[in-house]
Ligand binder design. Structure first.
Ligand code: PBG
Length: 329
């Protein structure tokens, strides 16, 4: 009898056959980057749960050191650091202070875990009294070119502290060029810039703004972050940042922007990372904690989806848990 239809089930019959023909390689521990929130405080035991991100904490320097060292013992290879300064002002001075909290954290972690890849988020919103990512003019506009030197100083201060990579997330135009030039001038030619080139103005960042205490006091970030309706613009942003000197780029958020990740991956040749952001984490966590979904399975599937869409590395708040539960190789 002639075969009249496709028998896709032939190759799905056993786990071994399915593994043999699987297109996407399994997640590796070195694919994962774990974000941390470090707080400038004298209270060494400070460890505050973030209510909208169950399982995540704001940590003192000492707590961060211990938690990261334990994660490294389970196989963590990279971290991304966010700082919560003791004081904020309209020029974000604590962002580029030599002894700022991120700068301290970098020194501490590089000393404790020399092989750990320490990446720093370069942005001003956590350090600005008004919570915007740049200098604010009296009429409420975020000033672009005036902000660039502050971002460059911040990146240089992170490199001076020993950061392995700096990751600008502010979305000011021209900041990669400004940061690259400043790094080179100060002798940090070997410090890569991992640019959040494709960053959307997303409501999925909500829990993060609780975690980093960085919500804008007034207005939103729509005049500098990308409009969620735009896909072609992602390529313009990616190419612009690469031309300015970005060594690798980030697409953010990740899951709801899988189409963007795929298009960017197919268009540029630098490494492309996906950032599974706070809201994506929290939705999976919350449903899991309620017993509504199989959390581990959904978490793995969400990350597989990002790899399938073309992500090289993945920044995810699940990184520590994945390693602890032995879910990656
Ligand atoms: C700083 C920054 C944000 C995130 C990373 N860097 C917040 C924002 O742009 O408002 C979001 C990360 C997350 O939601 O997990 N600008």
């Amino acid at each position: 009898m002639t075969q009249l239809f496709h028998r896709g089930r032939r190759l799905r019959r056993t786990p071994e056959l399915r593994a043999l023909v699987r297109e996407t390689p399994p997640l590796l521990r070195e694919d994962l980057i774990m974000p941390y929130f470090v707080v400038e405080t004298d209270d060494v035991s400070f460890r505050k749960p973030i209510p909208s991100m169950p399982g995540q904490f704001q940590l003192s320097l000492a707590q961060l050191e211990e938690q990261v060292a334990r994660a490294v013992d389970t196989g963590l290879t990279s971290v991304l650091l966010f700082g919560l300064p003791a004081t904020k002002d309209p020029m974000a001075r604590a962002a580029y202070a030599e002894n700022g909290i991120v700068q301290q954290a970098v020194r501490c972690l590089k000393k404790r875990c020399p092989n750990l890849v320490v990446i720093t988020d370069v942005c001003l919103c956590e350090y600005m009294s008004h919570g915007h990512c740049g200098i604010l003019s009296p009429d409420g506009q975020v000033k672009n070119d005036e902000t660039l030197p502050l971002l460059a100083m911040t990146a240089v201060s992170h490199a001076q502290a020993g950061a392995d990579m700096v990751a600008p997330s502010d979305m000011m135009d021209g900041r990669v060029a400004a940061i690259r030039e400043a790094l080179d001038e100060k002798g940090f030619r070997q410090t890569p810039v991992l640019s959040y080139a494709v960053k959307y103005a997303s409501s999925f960042y909500g829990p993060f703004r609780d975690a980093a205490e960085s919500a804008p006091a007034k207005g939103d970030r729509k005049s500098y972050q990308m409009d969620p309706g735009n896909a072609r613009e992602a390529l313009i942003e990616a190419v612009a940042d690469i031309e300015e000197g970005a060594d690798a780029i980030i697409v953010k958020p990740a899951g709801p922007y899988g189409d963007i990740l795929r298009t960017v991956r197919d268009t540029v040749d630098v490494p492309v990372f996906a950032y599974q952001v706070s809201g994506e984490y929290t939705m999976i966590r919350a449903a899991g904690l309620n017993g509504w979904i199989n959390e581990d399975a959904v978490m793995m599937e969400s990350l597989l989806g990002l790899k399938r869409a073309g992500a090289g590395g993945i920044i995810t708040y699940f990184a520590e848990a994945l390693l602890k539960k032995d879910l990656v190789r």
